[in-house]
Design a protein around this ligand. Sequence first.
Ligand SMILES: Cc1ncc(COP(=O)(O)O)c(C=O)c1O
Length: 445
Amino acid sequence: MMLQTAVPEPATAHLDEGALHPALHSPVLDSVSFLSEVMGRFPTAISFAPGAPHRAFLDDLDLEASLDRFRHHLAATRGLSTAQANRLLYEYGPTKGIINDLVARALRLDEGIHAPDEAVVITAGCQEAVLVTLRTLFGRPGDVLAVPDPCFSGALGAARLLDIEVEPVAETAHGLDLDELDRLCAGLRAAGRRLRALYLTPSFANPSGTTLDLAARQRLLATAHREDFYILEDNVYGFTASGTDAYPALKSMPGGSRVVYLGSFAKVCLPGTRIGYLVADQLVQAPGTGRGTLLADRIAAVKSMVTLNTSPICQAIIGGILVAQGGSLAAANRRRADLYRRNLRLLLAGLDRHIPPGERNRLGVRWNTPSGGFFVRMTLPVPADLALLERSARRYSVLWTPMSYFHLRGGGTHDLRLSCSYLSPEDIEEGTRRLARLVSSVHDS
Ligand SMILES: Cc1ncc(COP(=O)(O)O)c(C=O)c1O
């Protein structure tokens, strides 16, 4: 009898890249790791790359006090003993969340969004809210998602992972080009297909910084009704508006029933809790029964297969902060908005000073001037690609994000995104000086 010789297992198993999900070949999925990789290689460079919140707001947080405050809130509003409250915080929890009432109240007070507590789902960041909403809404092959071009890479990546077909809609200086959206709807209809949903950030978009004004918001809602599509409104930067550039959330406007509202506590409380939320108060009709279920419940069913439930301890930290602020984040947000707007003013002033108008024209450089949010878009006369970024990092010790990561079909090749949200005034000043040197070196070389 022949003895079979065992083939030795290699120490590391090897997989075929081509057999992994095709979304992994999309540059958009590399954008987050790219940022950490480049910042890791040049740790002392001034980085205009990440849209991270400012550390000033994280220094004086007392998380224990927040948890205690939330326990007291549970005792006062639900009659829970300390032991019962601890079980709620320490064990698995309800998929839709445990701070839904506090979030619904804050949305009423701060955004004029009136939705029942049951229409709120607490998610693992706004990122999960995007993913589970898309997964729920896109049920038929051939349904199309429209996105602004350029678009937040998290939304593009989620759609890619879900194999959803995405159509880019160009942006003007004033946000999404609504004429182009009309043409897209008509084209799809003529081809027997449909636009199922539009994802956008109407206020201070990531990455372009653009904002839709009131008339554009009204027109967009009317278009959604006429063309029968839903809007995923991502409002994570809306809080940075001042009086004059604060437009109402689409969800709070007449016609807002078409809108699923997506939010985050990353920029207004602390990113480490990874708490976001969505509001989906639409009714889903079961065929033949005439009975309706809240869309929030259908989305929660999807979430139960993704993260099961959002960390209750992290929810409790945010809950405690909301209770401490009397249910509204408006006052705290005004302080945050002041700092972010100051940084944006410093960034724009630094660019103006170091690349004055005459020089700008000579070099063929331009940038937009948003009044809020975290981002400025700059256009160069040469490709703003990885080679230029490497040179920028090595020779000038300044980092930024190539805009091409945010474009779906190869646009934005000469553009870069600048974020100043977490930098000090001194770093913004020195960083803009270094950017100016990079820009003139590009022209002169
Ligand atoms: C437009 C936009 N939406 C969502 C997110 C992600 O939010 P969260 O950290 O809550 O997942 C970001 C993060 O930068 C963003 O820019």
